[in-house]
Design a protein around this ligand. Structure first.
Ligand code: AMP
Ligand code: ZN
Length: 682
């Protein structure tokens, strides 16, 4: 029932469109008036065309879609051979500026009158010859061998950027418009993604896909693919312009899509080179592919004087982008690495290959988007590119060498380390588990690294062994490592154990700025750490900082400030900082600022340790006061301590400290006097 009604509606729609369009045609040709814009006429005509295509049962030879152009001629099958009235030439190519200069010099020698050039992009698609008779598109023919091509009008009519009827009036009665049909990159990626999901081979590149699409029998399919067309030249008699530059502008007025990116240049080579250099660098920003730049003599008169060779016009040349040198290797294995912030990075292990002097064994595949964009399958032959930067990357896949039954790569669903379900944020997958072993090991690796705490002897392998033994789960565990534990590790003897303990101990001397960087707060690198320690003289004030305070620092925006706040809001992180403090790591910068200054001040620059209960205040309060006055408080006995403050029910710390000559023992009363004195001095 529903289908019947639909059909009825479609039939009515077709009839209505035919009636309207016939009326407009009558107005236009017989009465010389028009109540509809050319653009809207074109739109309606296309709508009718598509409906008729879909419903051949409503075929009518007098339909306006058939009356234009093809009237009186044979009905076209999807592909038939058509002879070009004006030959379709190729272009001479060069990859070098030197040759370009030679080409230009030769032109200067032949032309004495005024001369200018037009620089255009060289679209990498399928060239097409669009024939318009009395303003209506009648044929669309591929280049073929230049003399004869294939008629593809049925499919070309589905392309929105090609007008079925030219805008305006009084067009030359016969026109050939030359252009390039292409598939926008975005569309190409979409098509490939769909193909990959349904187990089909992805297409190699947009160019071949566009060319294949033009030959599809079913125009409805072609319509869905949304091909585009950019035009760049006009052939015909009695043209209303006499330069290439004006031709481009007129094409736009006739309703075609032309590129905005063309340049009228004087004779100066410099201007042409500027255009070349610009697009060599920025070609990637275009929504379609270009493979070079075309430079054309602007004046038709001059073009005529220069003429053609057998193959190409002498008045134009294509400067092509040099393809990067690629090295082929094969994908052996795929690993998913968990970073210290939980982000999962896919890494391809490839057949070792020497590229510009170094052996490449691993190549990052960045993220899921990259894998899907490239359509990588297991075992693929990868073409690696190593440009100016040292890091190799996958530039292409050699599809010819794809293994039979190769399956596409899909991203993991669960963390390879802790099996937590991955989450997606800004196109990146990450493991949300704060206790993820891989993440924790990476955090420790970062902490001990040279630019952070620089703990020699503790590297990736050692961390792994300690982790597996259960001795090292997070960075604060490092400071609880005892020699006995270290000796239990495979390959660790007395000497190495001493070396490691010594290095761990030495790391306590690192400045606050390094310690902060070593914590590994996402987005807080060395630079930001330095800035933070300049603004917040100790970690407590940083932990309490609000967004405006943070973002008032140059280089810190919302992203970084949020990252800092999130980091310190996590209970485990706070706990780790607390333990590290107890072990004597620098979390304030007074040592840096005044290493020896204020030797006579009782508190500033001094380190305190408490034992027992104070009667006048809590230990926490005492600690805060000391820190406020520029001192530090430790929780264990170490060589940095200047004073031990003894309260009621003191513990073993007193005994330990009495054995150390450098530590002075204070009663609570004297400590209180110190506080008074310091306050007065301030
Ligand atoms: P080639 O295919 O390398 O011989 O280069 C010649 C082809 O470049 C022409 O047939 C056109 O299809 C194409 N082409 C792309 N962009 C332009 C442009 N702006 N001007 C002229 N030809 C172009
Ligand atoms: Zn995990």
């Amino acid at each position: 029932m529903k289908q019947d009604r639909n059909k009825k509606e479609i039939k009515e729609k077709i009839f209505q469109l035919r009636k309207k369009l016939s009326e407009y045609n009558y107005q236009y040709y017989t009465l010389d008036t028009s109540e509809i814009s050319d653009y809207n006429f074109d739109k309606k005509l296309r709508e009718l065309f598509l409906l008729e295509k879909e419903h051949p049962e409503f075929y009518d030879p007098s339909s306006p879609t058939l009356r234009i152009g093809v009237e009186g001629e044979k009905k076209y099958t999807n592909s038939s051979i058509y002879s070009h009235k004006y030959k379709m030439y190729s272009l001479q190519n060069t990859y070098s500026k030197k040759e370009l200069i030679t080409w230009k010099k030769r032109i200067h020698q032949s032309i004495s009158s005024s001369l200018s050039f037009v620089c255009e992009l060289k679209y990498d698609g399928v060239s097409i010859n669009l024939i318009y008779k009395n303003g209506f598109l009648t044929h669309a023919v591929t280049r073929g061998n230049g003399k004869k091509g294939e008629e593809v009008i049925e499919n070309v009519r589905t392309i929105q950027s090609i007008p079925l009827k030219l805008i305006g009036e009084k067009h030359p009665s016969y026109l050939e418009i030359r252009g390039e049909i292409f598939l926008p990159i975005k569309k190409f990626l979409e098509i490939n993604a769909k193909r990959t999901i349904s187990g089909k081979k992805p297409y190699a590149n947009p160019r071949n896909t566009a060319s294949g699409t033009l030959k599809i029998k079913n125009s409805k399919e072609v319509y869905k693919r949304t091909l585009s067309c950019i035009v760049y030249s006009v052939m015909g008699k009695n043209l209303p312009f006499d330069t290439q530059y004006q031709a481009l502008k007129t094409l736009r007025n006739w309703g075609f899509e032309i590129s905005e990116n063309f340049l009228l240049c004087s004779k100066k080579t410099k201007d042409i080179f500027h255009f070349l250099d610009y697009w060599t660098q920025w070609k990637k920003t275009l929504p379609y592919q270009i493979d070079g730049i075309v430079i054309k003599v602007n004046e038709y008169q001059n073009q005529f004087l220069l003429g053609y060779t057998n193959k190409y016009p002498r008045w134009a040349i294509a400067y092509k982008f040099r393809p990067k040198k690629l090295s082929e290797t094969r994908l052996l294995n795929l690993k998913f690495q968990v970073g210290r912030t939980g982000i999962i990075t896919p890494v391809a292990e490839v057949m070792p290959k020497k590229i510009s002097g170094t052996i490449v064994k691993r190549v990052t595949l960045y993220n899921d988007h990259f894998i899907q964009k490239m359509g990588i399958h297991y075992g693929d032959a990868l073409l690696l590119e190593k440009g100016g930067d040292i890091i190799p990357k996958v530039a292409k896949i050699n599809l010819k060498k794809r293994l039979i039954n190769a399956s596409p790569i899909y991203f993991l669903k669960k963390c390879p380390s802790c099996k937590s379900h991955l989450r997606k944020k800004n196109e990146l997958f990450y493991c949300p588990n704060n206790f993820c072993p891989s993440q924790n090991m990476k955090k420790i690796q970062h902490f001990v690294s040279e630019r952070a705490m620089n703990i020699k002897g503790i590297g990736k392998e050692m961390i792994k062994k300690l982790y597996q033994k259960g001795f090292l789960y997070n960075i604060s565990d490092l400071y609880q490592l005892k020699k006995e534990k270290l000796l239990q590790i495979d390959g660790v003897k007395e000497k190495l154990a001493d070396f490691l303990i010594k290095n761990i101990e030495k790391s306590k001397d690192n400045l606050y700025q390094r310690v902060l960087y070593a914590l590994g707060i996402p987005h807080v690198g060395e630079d930001i750490s330095k800035k933070l320690t300049e603004k917040f003289s100790n970690v407590n004030s940083l932990m309490q900082a609000e967004e405006p305070q943070l973002t008032s620092i140059s280089g810190i925006g919302k992203k970084i400030s949020e990252s800092i706040k999130t980091f310190f809001s996590i209970k485990e992180n706070k706990k780790i900082v607390e333990i590290l403090m107890k072990h004597g790591l620098n979390f304030s910068d007074f040592y840096k600022k005044n290493p020896v200054k204020n030797q006579y001040s009782p508190i500033e620059g001094k380190s305190f340790l408490f034992t027992g209960r104070l009667s006048s205040m809590t230990r926490n309060k005492a600690k805060k006061l000391v820190e406020l006055l520029g001192g530090r408080v430790f929780h264990t006995v170490n060589k940095k301590i200047h004073f031990l403050v003894v309260g009621k029910n003191f513990g073993s710390k007193l005994e330990k400290c009495m054995k150390k000559n450098h530590i002075k023992i204070l009663t609570e009363d004297i400590f209180m006097k110190f506080l008074e004195q310091e306050k007065k001095e301030k």
